[in-house]
Design a protein around this ligand. Structure first.
Ligand code: HEC
Ligand code: HEC
Ligand code: HEC
Ligand code: HEC
Ligand code: HEC
Length: 255
């Protein structure tokens, strides 16, 4: 394998390097480690893209909400990647002359969609649905990381089954008020502008803050807990998140 190993690598080192995977695999440990390595899961990987689109620019600096581009994330199982028209809403006026945007203009002229490379990809036998996660208060950042800081989009979680299951066992560690779903900066401990705890509002309660009998939810206008565990357990109850046994049932994700 001269293309992989430099010629200078001495023969002894070469034998050791080449035999490592075999030794490790026969012990089993190496194999298990391989399936969890970032090489196998793609965690931390940045696939090349036809246009150097930057979330750091558009989300971090310009403050555009995820849903402006990923319009279906709340309503459908899939989160679409935006059509060229969405880019041209701005780029017909802004940076029209930029070379970096030529593939976008070409796509607009020809009607041929830009061929973005997938960053996050589950095997076909695992069922996933975006809208339910967003509706139950799981923020984009919990699964996709700090996109507001990413120039090229990086796979920021392993997507392994154990990763899904860890959260399904204890979702209260991650639940947030629905209105904060797309926020990259939200923290339960952040206080309102007046320095007091944030109050519960209708948008964050089921049925827009109305109980079954038509009365207002007693939480309305009271202080939201600033501790994640306390807030998470309360949200779990309000959003009717099912128990860990149900959520870790094989048929939940393998249908
Ligand atoms: C101005 C439009 C725009 C905005 C706003 C935007 N995105 Fe994107 N997003 C894109 C484009 C274009 C791609 C495809 C290129 C890429 O992967 O970087 C993409 C890709 C992604 C991907 C990877 C999809 C895959 O291939 O697996 C994720 C995850 C994502 N966006 C999440 C978000 C989140 C979360 C937000 C809000 C914090 C957001 N995006 C805001 C345009 C946008
Ligand atoms: C809401 C307006 C808006 C939308 C929608 C938008 N952009 Fe932008 N984009 C900007 C602005 C403003 C800048 C300049 C940012 C800066 O330099 O600070 C920019 C910069 C860029 C750049 C860098 C250009 C250069 O030469 O440096 C690229 C590439 C780009 N956008 C691609 C896209 C793509 C692809 C889409 C669609 C998925 C998109 N943009 C959607 C406003 C937008
Ligand atoms: C519970 C974890 C989780 C949350 C929360 C989540 N995503 Fe995803 N996202 C995924 C997974 C897993 C995939 C890969 C899905 C597949 O391959 O079928 C994905 C894929 C995507 C894609 C690629 C297109 C697609 O649907 O496969 C985009 C775009 C995206 N997510 C955007 C977002 C945005 C925006 C948010 C917040 C509003 C968000 N995601 C919240 C886990 C999540
Ligand atoms: C950060 C937490 C978190 C992660 C990570 C996560 N989930 Fe979930 N998932 C939830 C919550 C909360 C619900 C809502 C449960 C409920 O409504 O009872 C849910 C619900 C679901 C459902 C039920 C959908 C339905 O229609 O009933 C499926 C399927 C699912 N998740 C699959 C996955 C898969 C596959 C992964 C990994 C790729 C994953 N989830 C990762 C928190 C998470
Ligand atoms: C919360 C979602 C979720 C639940 C619940 C779940 N799985 Fe999975 N499973 C996945 C995802 C996502 C993958 C693909 C990623 C991977 O291989 O780790 C997967 C992969 C697998 C694989 C492929 C081999 C492997 O591990 O790579 C098998 C077998 C499997 N699951 C069996 C099960 C069984 C049996 C149960 C019930 C005890 C179960 N799963 C429950 C999400 C889930």
């Amino acid at each position: 394998m001269p293309q992989i190993f430099p010629k200078a690598l001495n023969p002894i080192a070469r034998v050791i390097v080449l035999s490592l995977p075999i030794v490790a695999a026969t012990t089993g440990v190496g194999l298990a480690a391989f399936f969890r390595s970032s090489y196998a899961t793609g965690n931390g990987e940045t696939p090349p893209q036809p246009v150097a689109f930057s979330h750091a620019h558009h989300v971090g600096q310009l403050g555009i909400d995820c849903r402006y581009c990923h319009t279906s994330v709340e309503t459908s199982g899939f989160a679409n990647v935006p059509a060229t028209k969405t880019c041209m809403n701005c780029h017909q006026q802004i940076w029209q002359g930029s070379d970096m945007l030529e593939p976008v203009r070409e796509s607009y002229r020809t009607g041929k969609p830009i061929e973005w490379n997938r960053v996050y990809n589950l095997p076909h036998y695992a069922y996933f649905n975006h809208s339910i996660h967003v509706a139950k208060g799981v923020g984009c950042v919990s699964c996709h990381g700090r996109l507001d800081q990413q120039n090229l989009t990086v796979q920021s979680s392993t997507l392994l089954m154990e990763w899904c299951i860890n959260c399904h066992r204890e979702p209260e560690k991650h639940l947030r008020p629905r209105s904060e779903a797309t926020s990259m900066l939200y923290s339960p401990a952040t206080l309102a502008a007046d320095g007091k705890p944030v109050k519960w509002k209708r948008a964050d309660l089921p049925n827009f803050g109305k109980l079954a009998d038509g009365k207002d939810n007693p939480l309305l206008g009271t202080d939201r807990p600033t501790d994640q565990r306390e807030l998470g357990l309360l949200l779990k109850e309000e959003y009717k998140v099912r128990d860990a046994v149900t959520l870790t049932n094989c048929s939940m994700c393998h249908r």
